[in-house]
Design a protein around this ligand. Structure first.
Ligand code: SAH
Length: 279
């Protein structure tokens, strides 16, 4: 049993897991096999695993693919991971010790990870910079809901917009707290994320989107006015900023930010960029 095995290993090495470090180890065989199944692995795959821990996912992944790149930040955990791989005669795992938000990832075709929750956001955005088939990722339920939220829904956010435009994202299944040791405070969910290229999502768009969602409930023209410094570092009088914003599609700047579709935000951003370029 995964639960007993995990408990005994941690006891043997006298490791106390720390929730603050995102250490919630999967101890449920059913959800483990669901994750592996959904990854549709074959021998040509190179899998990136972020937060490998004691190898609960690493081992079954390595048995199915050509190589696993396993990143783990906690150096106390690495010897356990190595021992487990040795015991099972697994030699196709490259272990990288370090912070996954800071390391450059080597080539990979898929990502399969039970992510450390505190880096969900930076890791998700970081992955968008890479080219790969798809990712199967465990997140906190609330974060997963924000990823897939539609305009007007309470979880709709900057993250939803970015996921909508740059990926195809689907919630595969929820995972209860007791599937982990120690149990996290809230439930989790497994997401399938497939990157889709979108050349319109550039730095200017990202800044506009950030500025808008700083005032999610306000009309978008007002949100842009209040967070204009996020978009443009020119030192402009408030009246000039008002004038710039008034040149953007009138219907859209009267709409509340949380009701704008991702495509409408693209329109706002490109019109705003045009106005600024003409100045
Ligand atoms: N995959 C394992 C462990 C998941 S817990 C399992 O499913 O059981 C997440 C792991 O990520 C922990 O081992 C934690 O130490 C590690 N971790 C936390 N922050 C990290 C970071 N910034 N970079 C890499 N690993 C990190």
């Amino acid at each position: 049993m995964l639960a007993t095995e995990t408990f005994n290993l941690l006891k043997k090495y006298r490791i106390r897991l720390d929730r603050k470090k995102g250490q919630n180890y999967l101890i449920n065989n059913h959800f483990l096999s669901q994750i592996i199944e959904n990854a549709h692995l074959d021998h040509s795959d190179v899998v990136l695993e972020i937060g490998a821990g004691i190898g609960t996912l690493t081992v079954p992944l390595a048995e199915k693919v050509s190589k696993v790149v396993a990143i783990e930040q906690d150096k106390r955990i690495i010897p356990i991971l190595r021992e487990r791989l040795n015991e099972k005669d697994i030699s196709n795992v490259e272990i990288l010790l370090g912070d996954a938000t800071k390391l450059n990832f080597p080539y990979f075709s898929k990502v399969v990870s039970n992510l450390p929750y505190q880096i969900s956001s930076p890791i998700t955005f970081k992955l968008l910079g890479y080219d790969f088939d798809f990712a199967i990722l465990m997140y906190q339920l609330e974060f997963a809901q924000r990823m897939i939220a539609k305009p007007g829904e309470s979880h709709y956010s900057r993250l939803s917009v970015m996921m909508n435009l740059c990926t195809q994202t689907e919630l595969l299944f929820k995972v209860p707290k007791n599937a982990f040791l120690p149990p996290p405070k809230i439930s989790s969910a497994v997401i399938k994320l497939t990157p889709t290229r979108n050349p319109d999502v550039d730095e200017f768009f990202v800044k506009t989107c950030r500025a808008l969602f700083q005032h999610k409930k306000k009309k978008s023209g007002k949100a842009l006015l209040q967070s204009f410094h996020e978009i443009c570092d020119m030192d402009l009088a408030r009246s000039s900023i008002r004038d710039i914003i008034s040149q953007v599609n009138g219907k859209l700047i009267e709409e509340r930010v949380f009701k704008l579709t991702p495509e409408e935000i693209l329109v706002i951003s490109s019109e705003l960029e045009d106005v600024l370029e003409k100045m």
